[in-house]
Write a protein that binds this ligand. Sequence first.
Ligand SMILES: [Zn+2]
Ligand SMILES: [Zn+2]
Length: 354
Amino acid sequence: MRAAVFHEPGKIVVTEVPVPRIEADEILLRVRAASICGTDLRISRHGHFKLPPGRPRILGHEVAGEVVEVGSRVSGHAVGDRVSLTPNVGCGRCSHCRAGLNNMCPDYEAFGITLDGGFQEYLRVPGLALQRGNVFRLPETLSYTEAALVEPFSCCYRGQRAVGVGYEDVVVIIGAGPIGAFHVMLARLAGAEKIIVSGHGGRRLEAAGRLGADVVVEVPRQDLAEVVAEQTGGRGADVVITAASSPQVQSEAVGLLATHGRLNFFAGLGRDGTVPLDVNALHYKGLTLTGTTGSSNADYARSLRLAGERRVRLDQLVTAAFPIERIDEAFEHAASGAGMKAMVVFDGDKEVLP
Ligand SMILES: [Zn+2]
Ligand SMILES: [Zn+2]
């Protein structure tokens, strides 16, 4: 079978490798769709602290596929099942795992980081992932492509739950990439009064408008703070979500909030993780600042349901799809900022581009 193997930063090679053999407590998936995430881009460029140098790994943690083999000791799964995976397999013993927060487990395994992920034709699902509830049966209404996209969507779902968007809220989303777009869909679904999205113009910002943003702000040509003041009669935003990895953005986000405003730092900052914070604004306006990372299996289950009920159409975000031999082009598309989500799809899959 073909697999895209990451060897070291800057080096992913598509090669022929043996189909993985499964143990009695495992299942084998034929991967049907896998999308490229910012995390894959980061690992492909800089590696990952959980991935020792020199250890080849197959990346890709936004995955859906068909069960083609089931170990003799596995129950609840059958050949032909259509499934998707959540990437983070918790240890099952720590306080976070016991609270159902596998996304916060300090001792996790993860598809695409410590376990081989979706950029290959067949994927072995270890028994641990089955036992910890990381494998989900897909609703019939959902394509494999959409199912792969439920993972990043579920992370946005978690972020938005942290700030509790509702029908009286003016919501500002900073960043018009795929994550910003998922946040637009969720804020729309929650009935937000007004959604303002900022980005660097081009197709991504246009897409934010199509997906339900009421106001799009092209920065730096326009001043986001000015537009927010205009749009709210000087009051400020009830909710701000950062979906852009810029220190300046994170720092300025606080200044956009109304009294009792809520902020979700959705985007991390990598090495530039420290920014100045206006503590007086926080204190006198009674602000709530939150941060979220990843999603729990429970968040994922709810997100899968929203997508399956067609209350959000995740496939609207797919702007390119490539066979695995051309995965470098998929990475380029994802990195370019020209489109939204780039998919890797496999032989015979017709359901590709919208
Ligand atoms: Zn991801
Ligand atoms: Zn744990």
